[in-house]
Design a protein around this ligand. Sequence first.
Ligand SMILES: [Zn+2]
Length: 203
Amino acid sequence: MTPGDGPLSAGSSGRRPRRVRVEVASLRRRTGERRALVGPVELDEMVVTAAHVPGDRVDVELELVSVPEGVVVEGTLVVDWSGECRRCLGEVRGRSEVAVREIFEVDPTEGETWPLGDEFVDLAPMLHDLALGALPLAPLCSETCAGPDPERFPARPAPDGEAIDTDADAPRDPRWAALDGLVFADDPGSAARDEGATDPGGR
Ligand SMILES: [Zn+2]
């Protein structure tokens, strides 16, 4: 590859870890030099319990900046993920955008900064870490997802009985008038409603 031309040199697939190698020798010659890194990159498998990244591909919009202590990488990482709804187990898709601001230096501090080579830097481990952290641990297809069988296993309390009594005050269908004479012994409600039409006690 030509240094400077192919910043998105994601390494070969297969068993070896994928790399996102960027040439930095020219960048580091002068403090304040910048280089953009924009586009899709493929990383090692990104999977958590209930979500993964299809194709292990993420989008980056980054800028590498030469600073006295090394290189600062800043910008945005966009992760399109696919997962399983924790309530209905249906498929959920989502997008996470992660703000990136990481420091690469020759002598990195474990857990704080990343290693920087003399000529190249590999952004893959950093991007992989951030992408994994952006995956949801318990996705929901929607905030109101009622689960696989809301009748039997309601995910939330039923609404305030609206469905039960809504027609009590509704205008009566005149065709039902013929039924007014009927009284159901086990339905005191209908007997009360029909008062006047028949005397419930008379039957
Ligand atoms: Zn759901």
